[in-house]
Design a protein. Structure first.
Length: 259
């Protein structure tokens, strides 16, 4: 496995655990970190043995403070992956699920990383915000578009226009957080969700993820249902499509091949 300067990457069977490792700057990201993320997600996407990923932050204060503004202000390289912030926010070809284990501040781009994940598990001390207007910027890594698709528009606008900070429990009530747990348990809680997903066919999971997100972009429910999704076609032609019903009929756990 490659060595990274700004990330820690561990593989636990079919799970890839990615830790943003810049605690000295609250896990803020600069250009070199973005390109490390690009490599990690390319490898994760292409590895048939890796079925699910979790992202978290090093230390006990921050998931990610977002863009490293001090690095930017000092004239540091501003290049970014074509797949967006953390090589993820503009990556629309990743059908494998990704979980954010938010262990503290998720500010600006840090919140946008979490929003680009499929599930958000938050520690009790987690704080979410899109504060870009307070520093003359906008949440251009998807936050302005993902958040209003996940929660009521007025609530999203209340966060986006003010940059206000939202604690984990409010995030849960608004609907963009799946579960709130004690800080020490956040990664284990994310792994618990991952374990439940791994009990399912990876082909079914990928077909479901692709169908949900692409279907939301259709003009109507009828169009979404009628659309043909490549990952669903792949599922229908897979060994898993046969193994699932066979295991059910034989009253045994299925043996998923992911192919």
């Amino acid at each position: 496995m490659p060595e990274y300067e700004f990330l820690k990457v561990n593989r636990e069977d079919k799970l890839t655990l990615i830790t943003i490792n810049r605690p000295e700057v609250y896990n803020a990201l600069h250009s070199p970190a973005h390109f490390e993320f690009e490599k990690v997600f390319d490898d994760f996407r292409d590895d048939p043995d890796q079925w699910i990923a979790i992202i978290t932050g090093a230390g006990d204060k921050a998931f990610s403070a977002g863009n490293d503004l001090k690095y930017q202000a000092s004239g540091g390289d501003r290049k970014r992956s074509p797949n967006g912030f953390a090589g993820l926010t503009s990556r629309f070809d990743l059908n494998k699920p990704v979980i954010a284990a938010v262990n503290g501040f998720a500010m600006g781009g840090g919140f946008e990383i979490a929003l680009a994940c499929d599930l958000i598990i938050a520690s009790e001390n987690a704080i979410f915000a899109l504060p870009e207007p307070r520093v003359g910027l906008t949440a251009g890594a998807g936050g302005m578009h993902r958040l209003p698709r996940m929660i009521p528009a007025k609530q999203a606008m209340g966060m986006i226009l003010t940059g206000r900070r939202v604690p984990a429990k409010e995030g849960l009530s608004l609907g963009f957080v799946n579960e709130v747990v004690p800080q020490a348990d956040v990664v284990n809680a994310a792994k618990r969700w991952a374990t439940q997903i791994l009990e399912c066919s990876p082909m079914s999971v990928r077909a479901s993820k692709q169908s949900v997100y692409r279907g939301l972009d259709e003009d109507s429910l009828e169009a979404a249902i009628a659309t043909e999704y490549p990952a669903r076609k792949a599922l229908n032609e897979s060994a898993d499509f046969i193994e699932g019903p066979k295991a059910f009929a034989e009253k045994r756990p299925p043996k998923w091949s992911g192919a």
